[in-house]
Design a protein around this ligand. Structure first.
Ligand code: NAD
Length: 355
């Protein structure tokens, strides 16, 4: 049984906690966060709760004491500090905001020799030697002390690119990402009435290559942020030597972290799929079958990715890899089984069948 802690209890941290609670071979010893809020109150009702600091330095003891007082005033009784939690776990999942993970690594995690850590995509690639995707490079993560899960969009790309690579000889892939402006619970994000284009290539190109170097020189990604909170959408154009459309579809269908979405009437929108899934998380990425168009050596298709959810199974697999579990397929299969991914797949395939 792996003993795990979580530092940062926001969009990703809360979901990773639920996912770990469902696994049979890992155990949450506690979660940590910085400020009292309904989220930390919720955490403390269900799990041992510990206090983190926004910054670490010479006055840690004094700052922890001040923070304990503010939590107690809020009605939350912490079990201790992040340091107490770290002494009790094999691995910490860092789900703090961008770049905070790097600071935590330098000031806190690296000082605990026994401790392994998983970081999220908001950190630079340098935070860990390995950027990880369970279906692509699980083996490189085995026994690694520090692992980074790339962004939700990079995770999505790695999944469909793997399925393409399994059946085709690819020359080039161009991905245009239409990115959600903010998560549904984020009232500060945006835009609310604009397009915000990014530079070309976007960071996803480099991130994909850091996991699978064979994409070097073949992949170019571009992104534009729009006023949507539901999901990201990828529009992909690939050139190369492809088998039939059916064979490509079959390869996507066989991917354990993808769902092929068809539909009775036209192409389902992201909101329709969400409603069909009772507005719940969708941890697989969704390829839209009706957009899959093959013309000679050019392939086009579109994919939805639920940004809050697709990295969650990867976090679970990365925990196993980092702590030495050396069977990638078994890890993916266990994660999927305990997260009941098959149920989501079956129900969405029923609502949006491919004929
Ligand atoms: P979030 O803002 O929802 O949650 C972060 C949590 O960490 C908050 O509860 C905050 O109070 C807490 N926190 C802040 N400073 C802290 C510190 N020093 N120590 C401990 N806790 C602290 O952020 P998020 O969306 O969950 O993102 C977390 C990471 O996951 C980022 O690297 C982000 O880029 C990445 N990510 C986010 C998404 C997404 O859709 N939101 C998808 C994939 C990856």
């Amino acid at each position: 049984m792996f003993d795990v802690g979580i530092n940062g209890f926001g969009t990703i941290g809360r979901r990773v906690a639920t996912a770990i609670q469902r696994q049979k071979d890992m155990w949450i010893k506690g979660v940590a966060s910085t400020s009292p809020s309904w989220k930390t109150q919720h955490a403390a009702m269900n799990l041992p709760f510990f206090i983190s600091l926004k910054k670490y330095g010479e006055n840690d003891s004094e700052n922890f004491q001040k923070s304990i007082d503010s939590f107690l005033n809020y009605g939350i009784k912490p079990k201790g500090t992040l340091f107490d939690l770290l002494d009790d776990v094999d691995l910490i999942v860092d789900a703090t905001p961008k770049r905070v993970g790097q600071m935590n690594k330098e000031k806190v995690y690296s000082k605990k020799n026994h401790l392994h850590a998983i970081f999220q995509g908001g950190e630079n690639g340098e935070v860990a030697r390995i950027t990880f995707n369970a279906l692509v490079n699980y083996g490189s993560g085995i026994g690694e002390q520090f692992i980074r899960i790339p962004s939700c969009n990079t995770t999505a790309m790695l999944r469909y690119l793997k399925s393409l690579k399994d059946v085709a000889e690819i020359d080039r892939v161009f991905v245009n990402l239409i990115k959600r402006g903010a998560d549904p619970a984020d009232h500060r994000g945006g835009p609310i009435n604009d397009y915000v284009p990014g530079e070309i290539p976007s960071h996803h190109t480099e991130d994909v290559i850091s996991v699978d170097p064979t994409w070097e020189g073949k992949l170019i990604t571009h992104s534009v942020k729009v006023p949507v909170t539901l999901m990201h959408m990828h529009n992909v154009i690939a050139t190369g030597d492809f088998p039939s459309r059916d064979k490509i579809l079959e390869s996507f269908y066989d991917n354990p972290r993808m769902i092929v979405i068809g539909g009775h009437d036209g192409i389902p929108t992201a909101a329709e799929i969400f409603e069909a899934n009772k507005r719940g998380d969708i941890q697989q990425i969704m390829i839209l079958e009706k957009t899959l168009h093959l013309h000679n050596n050019t392939l086009m298709f579109s994919v939805y990715c639920h940004q809050e959810a697709d990295v969650i199974p990867e976090n679970v697999d990365a925990i196993r890899a980092s702590l030495g579990f050396d069977d990638p397929l078994e890890s993916v299969s266990r994660t999927n089984k305990y997260l009941e991914l098959e149920n989501t797949k079956k129900s969405l395939e029923k609502f949006f069948p491919v004929y």
